[in-house]
Design a protein around this ligand. Structure first.
Ligand SMILES: Nc1nc2c(ncn2[C@@H]2O[C@H](COP(=O)(O)OP(=O)(O)OP(=O)(O)O)[C@@H](O)[C@H]2O)c(=O)[nH]1
Ligand SMILES: [Mg+2]
Length: 393
C-alpha cells in the first residue's frame, strides 16, 4: 500500500492539528521532514519534538510532536494553523505520500481495523463528550463486545433453534442505535406556546445567553430563531446531547395577517422538530388553543412545561398536568428536569457505559442482514465482518 496521509483533526484554526502518516514507507516519508536518523530511531509508542522542514527547499514548516503509533504509522501533532497544515500536507505529498480523506481511509483500513477506522472517522463529528466517550468504547466493549457475546452464543449448541433471540437482539440494537445517533447530529427542539408565556426567556435560559428578544408585550417574537445548545441529563452517568433550540412566535387564534404568517411558521417549526416543548403559563389557566397543543395536535413527541413557577399559581397545574415540568425561565429553575424530560423523549435520558451502538451505514447494513439469516454460521460471519476481525465469505 502506498503511504497515505490523513488529516485527523477538522480543518480550522486550533491549538493543535493532527496528521496521520501510515504505510510501509511512513518512516522514510516522515524522515524527509523530521530527519531520517531521528525518525527511524523513534521506538513504537515513542514521541519526540522535531523541527519539520520541507524535503526539497529545507524551508522550516513547524515545530511538531512526532509520535510513532506503530512501526509503519506516525502522528504529527502540529500547531493548528491553516497555513502550517497546508505546508505540511504539501511537504508530505512531495515526499511521496498520498493525501486521502477519512472516508477513504476507513475503507482502505488505514485507520487499523475497519471498526477502529469508523470510530476515528466518527469521533470528530461528535459534538459532546457523551458521543465521544461512547464512540471510543465501541472498539472494546460496545459493538465489539456485543458481537463477541453473540458469536459465542451462536456457537452454543442448540441455539440454531432459537435464532429469534438473536434476531430480536439485533432489532433492538438497530433501534437503540438510531436513538444514539442523536449524539452526533444535533436534535431539533422547538419551544411553542401562546404569546407571552415566556418562550424566548426560556430559550435564552437554556442557551445560557440571550439570543431572542423578550418583553412583556405579547407577540414580541415574530419569526422563529434557532441556536446551538447542549442539553444534559445527570443520571448515573451524565449525558450531553447537542441540540438546536428553536424559539418560535406565539400561537393564538384569530390573529391579524402578519401574525397569521408567524403562526404558520411556528407550526412548520414544530413539525420539523424532534421534540416540541409546549410552554404554558402557570399564572393563568390554559386557553382552548393551548389545550389543543396539549392534545396531540402537534404530531411530534411533546414535553409540557409550565412557566413562571416563581409566581403564585393561577391554576392547579401540578394536579391537572402531572407530567408537566414546572419551570421558572426567569429564575432558571427546573431547567435540568426539563432537559432530562426532553432527552427522555429521545430515549437518551441515560446512556450506559459501553453500550453497543452501530453508528455507520456499513454496520447497520450488516446488522440488517443478520436480522434475517437463519443459519448461525452465516450470522457469525456477518458479526465477524461487523467488527472487521474476519471478513465474511
Ligand atoms: N415571573 C416570571 N416572568 C416571566 C418568566 N418567563 C418569562 N417571563 C416574563 O414574561 C414576559 C414574556 O416573556 P417572553 O419570553 O418575551 O415571552 P414569549 O413567549 O417569547 O412571548 P412572544 O414572543 O410574544 O410570543 C416577559 O415580561 C418576561 O419577563 C418567568 O419564569 N417568571
Ligand atoms: Mg418570544
Amino acid at each position: 500500500m502506498k503511504t497515505v496521509v490523513l488529516q485527523m483533526t477538522a480543518r480550522g484554526v486550533g491549538a493543535i492539528a493532527v496528521v496521520l502518516v501510515a504505510g510501509a514507507e511512513a518512516s522514510a516519508v516522515v524522515g524527509q521532514l523530521g530527519g531520517t536518523a531521528k525518525v527511524s530511531a523513534l521506538a513504537v509508542g515513542g514521541m519526540k519534538r522535531m523541527m519539520l522542514v520541507s524535503g526539497g527547499g529545507g524551508e522550516t514548516l513547524d515545530e511538531a510532536l512526532v509520535l510513532r503509533v506503530a512501526q509503519d504509522r506516525f502522528e504529527l501533532h502540529l500547531h493548528g494553523g491553516l497555513a502550517v497544515m497546508d505546508a505540511v500536507l504539501r511537504a508530505l505529498s512531495e515526499a511521496g505520500a498520498m493525501v486521502i480523506d477519512a472516508g477513504r481511509a476507513a475503507e482502505m483500513g488505514v485507520l487499523g481495523n475497519v471498526l477502529e477506522g469508523e470510530i476515528a472517522v466518527a469521533v470528530p463529528s461528535a459534538v459532546t463528550e457523551t458521543g465521544v466517550r461512547l464512540l471510543a468504547e465501541q472498539g472494546e466493549t460496545g459493538l465489539r463486545g456485543w458481537a463477541r457475546e453473540w458469536i459465542e452464543w451462536l456457537e452454543g449448541e442448540g441455539n440454531g433453534e432459537r435464532m429469534w433471540q438473536f434476531h430480536s437482539a439485533v432489532q433492538w440494537l438497530l433501534t437503540r442505535s438510531a436513538a444514539l445517533d442523536r449524539l452526533l447530529a444535533p436534535v431539533r427542539v422547538a419551544i411553542i406556546g401562546a404569546p407571552n408565556v415566556g418562550k424566548s426567556t426560556l430559550a435564552n435560559a437554556l442557551l445560557g445567553r440571550p439570543v431572542s428578544i423578550t418583553s412583556s408585550i405579547a407577540g414580541t417574537t415574530r419569526d422563529w430563531v434557532d441556536a446551538q445548545a447542549v442539553f444534559a441529563a445527570r443520571g448515573a452517568e451524565a449525558v450531553t446531547v447537542p441540540v438546536v433550540l428553536v424559539d418560535t412566535a406565539g400561537v393564538r387564534e384569530a390573529p391579524e395577517e402578519i401574525e397569521a404568517e408567524s403562526i404558520l411558521r411556528t407550526h412548520e417549526q414544530a413539525r420539523a422538530a424532534d421534540v416540541v416543548v409546549v410552554l404554558l403559563d402557570g399564572t393563568r389557566a390554559p386557553t382552548s388553543e393551548e389545550g389543543a397543543l396539549l392534545t396531540g395536535q402537534v404530531g411530534r413527541p411533546v414535553v409540557v412545561a409550565v412557566n413562571k413557577a416563581d409566581r403564585p399559581a393561577g391554576w392547579d397545574y401540578r394536579e391537572l398536568l402531572p407530567m408537566g415540568v414546572a419551570v421558572s425561565a426567569l429564575e432558571h429553575r427546573g431547567l435540568e428536569v426539563l432537559m432530562e424530560a426532553v432527552l427522555g423523549q429521545l430515549d437518551l435520558a441515560g446512556v450506559r457505559e459501553g453500550e453497543p451502538w452501530a453508528f455507520s451505514a456499513r454496520q447497520r447494513g450488516l446488522l440488517g442482514q443478520a436480522a434475517m439469516v437463519d443459519s448461525p454460521a452465516r450470522a457469525m460471519a456477518l458479526l465477524h465482518s461487523l467488527t472487521g476481525d474476519v471478513t465474511a465469505s
